[in-house]
Design a protein around this ligand. Structure first.
Ligand SMILES: *[C@@H]1O[C@H](CO)[C@@H](O)[C@H](O)[C@H]1NC(C)=O
Ligand SMILES: *[C@@H]1O[C@H](CO)[C@@H](O)[C@H](O)[C@H]1NC(C)=O
Ligand SMILES: *[C@@H]1O[C@H](CO)[C@@H](O)[C@H](O)[C@H]1NC(C)=O
Ligand SMILES: *[C@@H]1O[C@H](CO)[C@@H](O)[C@H](O)[C@H]1NC(C)=O
Length: 797
């Protein structure tokens, strides 16, 4: 679960007691598993140097990029490829129409099975490989996979290591917490709230990940006799994953019964190409809300001697109430969970333009929250490139409210007068359940004027929830408006159909459809938070916004644009990193942290104005001037002292704290670009002309020839560089790879004119060329060295 929120305010829920009830449904205890092996052999080759190997040189400019990728892979893997060891070019590879860079995603195949964490991403332009990342398995190929039995006995146990690491961390924090409490006794100072918060946060992570019951040993031994029985492996995983103790106990007490209830059948298409894995479906899985998809695959694991080897695993996609897991469980030792990623995070037809333009009484886009501005009537000013049919229309064929129903109409598009369209389905979700189609949403009628009052009264605490619910019309309209604006904005910066964006219908422009964002306002499954689940392209993203009981009247997260933008940015970064069809590339540690950081950075950039100011995240909703992070984003090192090395500190264990450091670095880097290139008040590029071409206006620099369009101003340029870099960075990037990808993105976009500006920004926060980390672990940790120097080429400035 990717949540917005940090430890300090979540403290109420950490102890596991559930204080809040909504109607009759208790707020659920959420947990989120996330761990896996680290691959020391993975690498990313970039810097703006052209990648040339012995045999591989530049191909002619008009070569097919997929062919270039193939030649390149075969060159660098020359010693490795054989009949049993191969690769496939994934179908979600695509070309960015602005930069002309083709992003090719390659999956390793061994014995006909995918290596689920054997990824290459190759960035190609004009016949040249610009950069690539590689985490292919390099050891000896195992013989046929059925001969794997017994081989998993001496593998290291990532989950065990993860939990042992956590226990050590907690001990460390307990010491520093106690130390600060001692000072109170001595009359020195108050106990450090940070140490306290860190301890509580760690306790929560531990509770989520480590306090589940493993199968008793005799049962585990028995399960090993079942060969590759996928149901046993799955049920074992559910024991670990379910947050409900009574389900755990029930499964453990009636293991055989549950097994016999689970039905297994073939999924996928019988006509699928032979390099597609065989798909099994399992239904009646306890605590899963849909049948589970299972495929056999290899996963890379570390042996006890530190060598990397392949483990035969069942790969599961498990959709639960609050989580959406991609898990790898050893197929021959089903009590071993090898890796878990939670995907959740706390025109063939002519395109008609809408006849009636909707209006909304909302806080306009750019106003962060009710303290920053006022509501006004805003038009449905959809972007015609991003949302050609407006925000209130979608094909009948892609409308989930007509699923399985034959519609007697010749019309292709259905026009709605509610908050239901091609990009977003917005509705209340007071029950906190998974259904959304028939949940309440405002209907503004044919005039589509979504003009609703928003004036919550101060009430007693007991009536605060009811009072907030009275404003559901205004809330859902606001969430719908903000989410559509973000859809259109990110589209214009390259998060389009081929890049894996969220739309029901893709207008024949590529990518997978049927994946609009399901946006739940006032979701009853929690308070004081928000979250977003990102499955791969072609499946709906799900965003849940919560009420905040931090003040009376309650504050509604739907009205704090920064929180909504943060959540939607999880969808963006997850789909862009490692390709649209791979949702496992920002799982934990530094990459998971950056997944949080990009959201803060983009939310802050969108609200910022020409007159520089510091900004805190979530301060209105949390009713707390310094917001929900440790520090506001600031150029002043007294106000925000974070540097790369800050990640070593106690309390920088979780993804939110890591993300805060990354967002602060990006904030400083982008201010360097703004100083150099100025600031634009409007982040939206101009609408296209009648012939479909995009005018440069005051937004882009004058265009020269075939070169990509380059935003003229520092803030718009920062956003484009950040998105372009997400497309180029490898799966599971660290800070260095993400930094290098931004520098490479500038090389490709502007010819590298900001090379030194970017480096100066990164170096000022310790992320210079010689910054370094050792002893990094799957759960974060490690020892870092800041580098404040810039590359030699920049010294003369
Ligand atoms: C939906 O709206 C479009 C554009 O305004 C219009 O061309 C079409 O006829 C409408 N469809 C229906 C069923 O009203
Ligand atoms: C929401 O708006 C509808 C009219 O569109 C109105 O009938 C309803 O009472 C409103 N709901 C609330 C809770 O005010
Ligand atoms: C920004 O600052 C300038 C001068 O300091 C001032 O004239 C202008 O009104 C300010 N703009 C905003 C939006 O606050
Ligand atoms: C930075 O912030 C501190 C603390 O608010 C303040 O005293 C100092 O003057 C600021 N420095 C600058 C350069 O603005």
């Amino acid at each position: 679960m990717r949540c917005l929120f940090t430890a300090s305010l979540a403290a109420a829920g950490i102890a596991g007691t559930l204080a809040h009830r909504v109607g009759d449904s208790p707020v659920r205890q959420r947990k989120s598993l996330g761990f896996g092996p680290v691959h020391k052999h993975a690498y990313y080759r970039s810097s703006p140097y052209q990648v040339v190997t012995n045999a591989f040189t530049r191909r002619s400019e008009d070569s097919d990029p997929l062919e270039v990728a193939r030649l390149f892979v075969e060159d660098i893997l020359a010693d490795q490829l054989s009949e049993s060891s191969s690769y496939k070019i994934r179908k979600d590879s695509y070309t960015d129409t602005n930069t002309g860079i083709t992003h090719v995603y390659v999956r390793q195949m061994i014995n006909g099975l995918e290596v689920s964490d054997g990824d290459m991403n190759i960035n190609i332009k004009d016949g040249l490989v610009l950069s690539y990342g590689n985490s292919f398995f390099t050891g000896p190929t195992p013989s046929h996979f059925m001969q794997q039995q017994g081989l998993d006995e001496d593998i290291r146990h990532p989950h065990q290591e993860f939990c042992d690491g956590l226990t050590d961390e907690i001990d460390l924090h307990r010491d520093s917490f106690l130390a600060s409490s001692d000072q109170v006794v001595m009359g020195d100072s108050a106990p450090s709230p940070k140490a306290d918060a860190a301890l509580k946060h760690l306790a929560h992570v531990h509770y989520s990940n480590c306090r589940f019951q493993a199968l008793p040993t005799d049962m585990a031994a028995k399960t090993q006799e079942r060969d590759l029985d996928l149901r046993t492996a799955l049920l074992q995983f559910m024991v670990a994953a379910t947050p409900n103790n009574h389900v755990v106990n029930d499964i453990l007490g009636n293991f055989e019964h549950y097994l016999s209830q689970m039905g297994e059948y073939m999924g996928g298409s019988p006509f699928a190409p032979s390099d597609e894995p065989m798909v099994f479906m399992v239904d009646n899985v306890p605590d899963a809300v849909n049948p589970v998809k299972a495929t056999l695959a290899y996963h890379q694991v570390a042996g006890k001697d530190d060598s990397v080897r392949l483990s035969l695993v069942w790969k599961f996609e498990v959709e639960m109430q609050d989580n959406w897991y991609e898990a790898a469980v050893s197929a021959v030792a089903p009590h071993r969970i090898v890796s878990v990623v939670d995907w959740a995070s706390d025109a063939p037809v002519p395109i008609p333009e809408p006849e009636t333009i909707a209006t909304y009484n909302v806080f306009p886009f750019g106003v962060n929250d009710p303290e920053e501005g006022k509501r006004s009537i805003e038009k449905e000013n959809f972007d015609v490139l991003a949302s050609p049919i407006g925000w209130h229309s979608l094909p009948y064929a892609n409308d989930p409210s007509f699923r399985g129903v034959k519609v007697a109409t010749k019309e292709f598009y259905r026009n709605t007068t509610t908050t239901w369209g091609n990009n977003v389905f917005a509705q209340e979700n007071w029950e906190g359940q998974n259904s959304y189609v028939s949940n309440y949403r405002p209907d503004a009628g044919p005039g589509k004027a979504f003009d609703y009052k928003y004036k919550p009264k101060e009430t007693e605490k007991g009536d605060a929830l009811e009072e907030a619910q009275k404003h559901i019309n205004a809330t859902v309209a606001q969430l719908f408006y903000t989410t559509n604006k973000v859809h259109d904005l990110y589209y214009r910066y390259g998060f389009d159909e081929v890049a894996g964006n969220f739309q029901q219908y893709n207008f024949g422009r590529g990518g997978q459809g049927n994946d609009a964002v399901i946006a739940n306002a006032q979701d009853g499954s929690g308070y004081n938070n928000a979250n977003f689940m990102t499955p791969p392209d072609g499946q709906n993203g799900r965003m849940r916004m919560y009420l905040w009981n931090t003040a009376l009247p309650y504050r509604d997260g739907d009205f704090e644009a920064g929180i909504v933008i943060h959540e939607l940015s999880h969808g963006l970064s997850t789909r862009l990193t490692g390709g649209p069809a791979n949702s496992g590339c920002l799982p934990f540690g530094e990459s998971g942290g950056m997944g949080e950081g990009w959201g803060d950075f983009l939310a802050t950039t969108i609200r910022s104005t020409a007159n520089y100011s510091d900004y805190a995240m979530g301060s209105w909703a949390a009713n707390r001037a310094q917001g929900i992070r440790n520090y506001p984003y600031s150029l002043n090192e007294t106000i925000n002292p974070s540097t790369y090395k800050t990640l070593d500190k106690p309390g920088y264990f979780g993804v939110h704290a890591i993300g805060e450091v990354w967002a602060q670095i990006l904030w400083v880097v982008s201010q360097g670009l703004i100083k150099k290139h100025g600031f634009t008040d409007d982040l939206f590029p101009p609408a296209p002309s009648a012939d479909g071409s995009v005018p440069t206006g005051d937004f882009y620099r004058p265009r020269s020839g075939k070169k990509p369009l380059v935003p003229k101003h520092g803030n718009s340029l920062s956003v484009l560089l950040v998105l372009n870099a997400m497309k180029m960075q490898p799966c599971r990037p660290g800070f260095f790879e993400a930094r290098d990808a931004i520098i490479l993105a500038d090389q490709e976009l502007t010819g590298g004119e900001n090379f030194c500006t970017l480096w100066r920004g990164f170096s000022s926060k310790g992320l210079g060329p010689d910054a370094n980390v050792v002893l990094r672990t799957p759960w974060g940790g490690g020892v870092r060295t800041d580098d404040f120097e810039v590359p030699l080429a920049c010294d003369s400035y």
